[in-house]
Design a protein around this ligand. Structure first.
Ligand code: URA
Length: 409
């Protein structure tokens, strides 16, 4: 069947065979299929979905577009964690060091920003010198040495996911259950941890907006895990509001470090919940016991030390982290109670500031972003600083920022 016929078949909502999926996806990998043809197929998948059989085939194609890591070379119990994407979501940068501090191994393949949601690889790349592309040997070496390592898709690790992921990010084709599930699971299966925790974000600032879709995605992820003999643990978490105070690549690195140094609040609470769930399942211990151990290694600084070891091991110089040159406070124009902060609006603003990509290959401005200065239910007086914008231009974005904050009498 020709590439055009395959696209047209999916447009009609029909199931594609293994051979047809291989033809078009491997054709895209080898550059015989063009971006515009793949974009068209991805949109048809977004609209018409995929069967479980198709989703498994796509996962397999992505997984074996590269190689699987030899997990027998990793010393100790391996766990993994992945988020389905949100705004201000820097949990991996805290959970990885916690797992390492607890004596587990967490080697993670991650992606860049997807649509208006941020990606851990872009955040890490904001640290001057940090190497996000590792060879298989470096990945295993760093993992055994530090206990936590994180890198992007490379020619060795799920290169097909990288191509598709980058295209989805700029073609409005991110919010599709089979595309998210195959993308996430191909990366998790390439590393091969036995326990995989999925932070499944639901809400206006996530790729998945409704509970119904979240439940469907969770069961798809579990099914894929079963097919490869892996335990997938989905945890549904709220993403209607930005997670934590800082949104933007370098700013999120700073907040992750703040939590590792003892900052309290919603972000720390979520990190403790996710870490203890993963730790208790992997070690087969009681959840409350796991929670105490997780808190201990946050409070005694061991997880922070692991983070610093991880950054150094991958060549990063945290002292050279730079923020944008202009910091503009945004003042409240009315008084009342802060009822809501829209994660989607904040995510879009950071994208507009240059913190994300609008086109394939766009350069990122790592230092831009937003630091939120008020919390939900705070009483606001006219003139209070709601947030600070970090930007590298002088544009006045006050009206757009105010739209993200709902203040009620
Ligand atoms: N994370 C991924 O790796 N892929 C997606 O599609 C969404 C989140």
């Amino acid at each position: 069947m020709s590439i055009i016929d395959i696209i047209d078949k999916k447009r009609r909502g029909e199931e594609l065979s293994k051979a047809e999926l291989s033809e078009i996806f491997l054709g895209y990998q080898s550059e015989k299929v063009e971006d515009y043809q793949m974009s068209s197929l991805l949109m048809a998948i977004c609209i018409n979905g995929m069967t479980m059989e198709e989703t498994l085939t796509l996962t397999d194609l992505m997984l074996y577009s590269g190689q699987k890591m030899d997990s027998s070379k990793v010393e100790g119990l391996m766990v993994d964690k992945h988020s389905t994407g949100g705004v201000g979501d820097k949990t991996s940068l805290i959970i990885g060091p916690i797992m390492a501090a607890l004596g587990l191994k967490m080697g993670k393949l991650s992606g860049r920003g997807l649509g208006f949601t941020g990606g851990t690889i872009d955040k890490l790349e904001s640290i001057p010198g940090f190497r996000v592309a590792l060879t298989k040997e470096e990945f295993i070496y760093d993992l055994n040495k530090v206990g936590f390592t994180e890198c992007e898709q490379t020619p060795e690790f799920t290169p097909l996911d990288k191509k598709i992921y980058n295209l989805r990010s700029v073609t409005g084709t991110v919010s599709s259950i089979p595309l998210i599930a195959s993308s996430v699971m191909s990366k998790k299966l390439a590393v091969g941890a036995d326990f995989i925790l999925i932070d499944l974000k639901v809400g206006s600032g996530a790729l998945i907006q409704t509970k119904k879709e979240a439940v469907e995605l969770a069961s798809t992820l579990i099914e894929i895990g079963k097919a490869y003999n892996k335990i997938v643990i989905p945890v549904l978490t709220d993403m209607n509001r930005p997670l934590g105070d800082n949104v933007g690549n370098a700013l999120e690195i700073i907040e992750a470090m703040d939590v590792l140094k003892g900052k309290t609040g919603v972000l720390r609470d979520l990190v403790i919940e996710l870490s203890s769930t993963l730790y208790s399942r992997a070690k087969k211990i009681n959840l409350d016991v796991a929670k105490e151990e997780v808190k201990k290694c946050l409070d005694n600084g061991l997880a922070y030390e692991k983070f610093m070891e991880f950054v150094k091991m991958q060549g990063g110089d945290i002292d050279k982290l730079e923020l944008a040159s202009v910091m503009k406070p945004v003042y409240a124009s009315e008084e009342g109670r802060l009822k809501d902060i829209s994660a989607r609006e904040i995510g879009r603003l950071v994208l507009e500031l240059g913190g994300g990509r609008k086109k394939k290959g766009d350069a990122i401005d790592y230092g831009v972003g937003i630091v939120i200065n008020k919390h939900i239910d705070d009483n606001i007086v006219k003139g209070d600083i709601l947030c600070y914008l970090y930007q590298n231009d002088e544009l006045d974005r006050t009206d757009d920022v105010l739209k993200a904050f709902t203040i009620v009498k």
